[in-house]
Each structure stands twice: as structure tokens, then as C-alpha cells.
Design a protein around this ligand. Structure first.
Ligand code: SF4
Length: 382
């Protein structure tokens, strides 16, 4: 089971014990995928690699958001020069996404990339496969095999099924195994949730290579978030999955934020700050925008306390509730909380006790003050 932060004074984050499928640890620079290492978050740049500055800036934003591995598409030989330039400026583990072209795979490894994504069965010439495997082994660069519903070999597997996807992944795996190469990560993705779950489950019965999980072509916005959360959450609760990517149309930084929220919701990698807020209803103070306040509280606390909370391995739970019906209960179960009271006032809670009554305008500052005192006490007793 992954390590968890348990720290709220009253509120106990519900942690679902996950018994993970035992996988072989694979080292990617300073990141380990699989084994007992935490489930990692990855994403992919969508800036053309020829825009080196833009690529570096995007990787930096992804890492700040929580990405631990960033993949870059390497589409031609010119891209290798740019890849080298990016590598020189970035210390985060980088993976090169390559299709078919073994020369690009060799060039990417020579450029100092930490992992390559290439399907050996698509390279064709066995000598070329051997060259890629030999160099990957020499430089300790793992290979990710990625089988997608859309690119399944139709001659060999005319029908798209979970079995076909799993067998296709095994075909590629066996090629690497025949060369004695086992630093392998496998992904099996489709845009169909049930098929993806089944294919990953079937594969995990055959091999213990770490699994990179997610949907492919998952769409955008709410639909993508819901489908990805269901798929990733389901597989992780089954114990399958060592690294995740939320594939979403748009800014990849959003993928990373969503991935972090999924892992937080599952309790496998809790975020330092969790906000509990009510959905609002006819009882909510009409003078307040509770969503805005909850967001301001989360941003203020995350900015000021995230680092220290991570160091202390604590998760801070803060409740922002609209009225005195359900509000006091939730607020008193959180570390710190507010609940709407009469005449536009709010009740401030800390450590399960009502502290004082505050006005609307004081909510963010009063919560921050209480959290500051709480974190200081955690700090001094650590
Ligand atoms: S806490 Fe109060 S305001 Fe918020 S949804 Fe519940 S009853 Fe409505």
C-alpha cells in the first residue's frame, strides 16, 4: 500500500487500502515506476519540439503542477537536436515518444532521454530492434510499449477486443524479452472504459511489468475528467497501475491537476490541502459566493502551507460550509472550518471546537490564521 498522510486532528481522511499488483520496479532517471514506489503522474508536451523555449516552459509548468515524468513526441531527425537542447535545461525524467523509426529511438537515447516509448513489433527489421535494445540496455533506458485501440495491428487482430489488446502487448513484450530486456513499462489504452479495464486485467495476469494507465482520446472537459477518474480509479482500486496519465484535449497542465485530484480522492497520494465545501442551497447566505471563497481558501492555504505539510506528511482538511444546518458538523470534523450563521456571520471552528464568530469578509484571513497556529503546533511536535 502507498504511504499516506494522515494528520487531520479530527477529520480522518478515508483511506481505501489498496493492495497493489506486485510489479517490477523500473528506474527512469530519479523516478521509479512500479514496485513499492508511489503511483506517479505523467503528462506530455503539446508544443512543437522545434519551439525549444516553449517546450522547456511547458515542461516547467507541468513539473510545477506535479508531473514527475514528461513525454515529448520526437517526429524527425531535426527534433533530436532540439531534444538535446531541452535535455540540457531539464532535470525531470523525460520520455521520447517514437513511432516506427529505430534511428529516432537510437538518437533519442544518445540525446540523453530517460525512457523511450516505441513498440518493437513496429520497427520491423530484427537487427534494428536489436540495436535499439542494445543501446537502451547500455544506457539503462527503459522502453514503454504502448498498445492503443486505434493503432492495433488489424492484420493480426482484425477485431478490437480486450484479448486482442492484451495479446498485442504480449507480442511486443516477448520481442524485448527475447533480447533479455526487462526494463519495460506497458500501457494498453482505448477510449472504451470497459475494454481498457479488461485488457489491463488480462495483461497483468501474464506479466508483472509496471502499467501506465489511462484512457486514450478521452475527449475534453468534464467528460474527459469523469471518464478518466472512473477508469484510473477503478484500475487502481483493483491494484493495477503504477503511473497515470489523464489524456485530455487542451493544456496538459490541466491533465496533471486532474491526475493529482484522482490520486487524492483515492487516498493513495493525498494532496496537502483538502477543501470540503457544501453544494449550497436556498439556505446559503445570499451575500456570499461560496465557490469563490472555497477557491480563495484553497489557493491561499496551498500557497502558504503546501511545502511544510508535505514535509510533515500531513493532510490539512478545511471545511467551507454555507449555513448552520449541516455546516457546524462538517466544520467541526475538519481541522479548521467555517459555517454560515445568522445575519451574515460565520462560525469559525478549529480542532473540533467553535472558536468565534466572524464576518464574511474575514473568512479567508481567519482560516489562514487558525491554520498557521495549527501547522506551527504540528511543526513543533514533529
Ligand atoms: S450546508 Fe447549509 S447551505 Fe450548504 S448545502 Fe447544506 S443546508 Fe445548504
Amino acid at each position: 500500500m502507498d504511504a499516506v498522510f494522515r494528520g487531520a486532528t479530527n477529520y480522518r481522511t478515508r483511506v481505501m487500502p489498496i493492495s497493489r499488483h506486485k510489479t517490477r520496479p523500473v528506474k527512469v532517471r530519479n523516478l521509479v515506476i512500479g514496485g513499492d514506489s508511489p503511483i506517479s503522474i505523467q503528462s506530455m508536451t503539446n508544443v512543437p519540439l522545434s519551439n525549444v523555449e516553449g517546450t522547456i516552459a511547458q515542461i516547467t509548468r507541468l513539473v510545477e503542477a506535479g508531473a514527475e515524468l514528461v513525454r515529448i513526441a520526437v517526429v524527425n531527425e531535426d527534433a533530436l537536436t532540439h531534444l538535446r537542447e531541452v535535455r540540457e535545461c531539464i532535470d525531470t525524467p523525460l520520455s521520447a515518444d517514437i513511432h516506427f523509426n529505430y534511428k529516432l529511438a537510437l538518437g533519442a537515447i544518445e540525446s540523453g532521454i530517460d525512457k523511450i516509448r516505441i513498440n518493437p513489433g513496429n520497427i520491423g527489421n530484427p537487427e534494428h530492434v536489436r540495436d535499439v535494445v542494445r543501446l537502451a540496455k547500455e544506457r539503462a533506458v527503459p522502453i514503454r510499449i504502448g498498445v492503443n485501440g486505434g493503432s492495433l495491428d488489424k492484420k493480426r487482430y482484425p477485431e478490437l477486443t480486450a484479448e486482442a489488446l492484451s495479446h498485442s502487448a504480449l507480442d511486443h513484450v516477448r520481442i524485448l524479452e527475447d533480447y533479455g530486456f526487462e526494463d519495460i513499462v506497458v500501457s494498453i489504452k482505448t477510449s472504451d472504459l470497459h475494454m481498457t479495464i479488461e485488457a489491463n486485467t488480462l495483461f497483468a495476469k501474464e506479466r508483472n511489468y509496471p502499467l501506465h494507465i489511462g484512457l486514450t482520446e478521452a475527449g475534453y472537459g468534464t467528460s474527459c475528467i469523469v471518464q478518466s477518474a472512473v477508469l484510473i480509479g477503478h484500475l487502481l482500486l483493483l491494484g493495477l497501475g503504477d503511473t497515470i496519465r489523464v489524456s485530455m484535449t487542451g493544456d496538459p497542465v490541466e491533465e496533471v491537476r486532474i491526475a493529482r485530484k484522482i490520486l487524492d480522492a483515492l487516498g493513495v497520494r493525498p494532496l496537502p490541502v483538502r477543501i470540503i465545501s457544501c453544494p449550497t442551497c436556498g439556505r446559503t447566505d445570499p451575500e456570499i459566493n461560496l465557490e469563490k471563497i472555497a477557491c480563495e481558501v484553497e489557493n491561499a492555504l496551498s500557497e502558504e502551507f503546501s511545502d511544510v505539510l508535505v514535509k510533515l506528511r500531513k493532510q490539512l482538511v478545511v471545511a467551507v460550509m454555507g449555513c448552520e444546518v449541516n455546516g457546524p458538523g462538517e466544520a467541526s470534523h475538519a481541522d479548521v472550518g467555517v459555517a454560515g450563521a445568522r445575519s451574515g456571520n460565520y462560525l469559525l471552528f478549529a480542532g473540533g471546537r467553535k472558536i468565534r464568530t466572524i464576518s464574511r469578509r474575514e473568512i479567508v484571513a481567519a482560516i489562514s490564521d487558525e491554520v498557521r497556529m495549527l501547522v506551527e503546533s504540528w511543526n513543533s511536535s514533529s
